[in-house]
Design a protein around this ligand. Structure first.
Ligand code: CTP
Ligand code: MG
Length: 173
């Protein structure tokens, strides 16, 4: 498989997870997922993980996946795009948010404040969980997985910088 083919097929597969991970910042959630509660001296998750963001992210990511399922028939078979189904796209979206929330849980346990940047970790927790969750329904090839581990930090960095420039986020990470 050529690199452009690998890129297109990988992006097609992971799109519900990317969309699910990127949506919460636009939703401006107010209700913290941890209800403001602490565990020990730190918040369980912190104000950066909200009900609106988490549920909204899963719903939006899944909806984009449903559009992909619908679009699959009208796209050229030569692209070799994975045939997705509801279980796959839902697990990708839910996994992305679960990984993001788990990442914040770990950060708070190490007393890393909400919004502080933990390179690589911040960019890959959602990918790892999305791949784990969806693996019960679909397992991409190892070439795709390797490609996604390289691509995701780059895409994450780029989209967060754009969100920062658009003043959607208060920091570029
Ligand atoms: N967000 C949300 N719910 C989520 C994830 C994100 O409401 N489950 C929103 C929050 O407004 C958050 C923003 O999207 O501030 C950016 O997300 P992220 O960078 O993951 O959160 P941080 O604020 O950096 O918090 P943390 O340090 O816990 O990752
Ligand atoms: Mg952050």
């Amino acid at each position: 498989m050529s690199l452009p083919e690998l890129a297109v097929q990988s992006l097609w597969f992971i799109l519900p997870a990317y969309i699910a991970n990127a949506s919460p910042v636009l939703l401006k959630g107010r209700r913290p997922l941890d209800f403001g509660k602490k565990w020990g001296k730190n918040r369980i998750l912190g104000d950066g993980k909200t009900w609106e963001g988490t549920i909204g992210g899963i719903v939006i990511g899944t909806m984009v996946g449903l559009l992909q399922i619908y679009a699959h028939n009208s796209l050229p078979a030569s692209l070799g795009l994975a045939k997705l189904d509801f279980a796959i796209v839902f697990l990708l979206a839910a996994g992305a948010l679960a990984g993001d929330v788990a990442g914040s849980f770990v950060k708070r346990r190490f007393s890393i404040p909400r919004g502080a940047h933990l390179p690589v970790f911040d960019q890959l927790t959602f990918l790892v969980a999305a791949l784990l969750f969806s693996s019960v329904a679909y397992r991409p090839g190892s070439d795709m997985i390797i490609f996604l581990f390289i691509l995701t930090p780059i895409v994450h960095w780029a989209t967060n910088n754009v969100a920062y420039m658009l003043k959607l986020k208060s920091n570029p990470w």
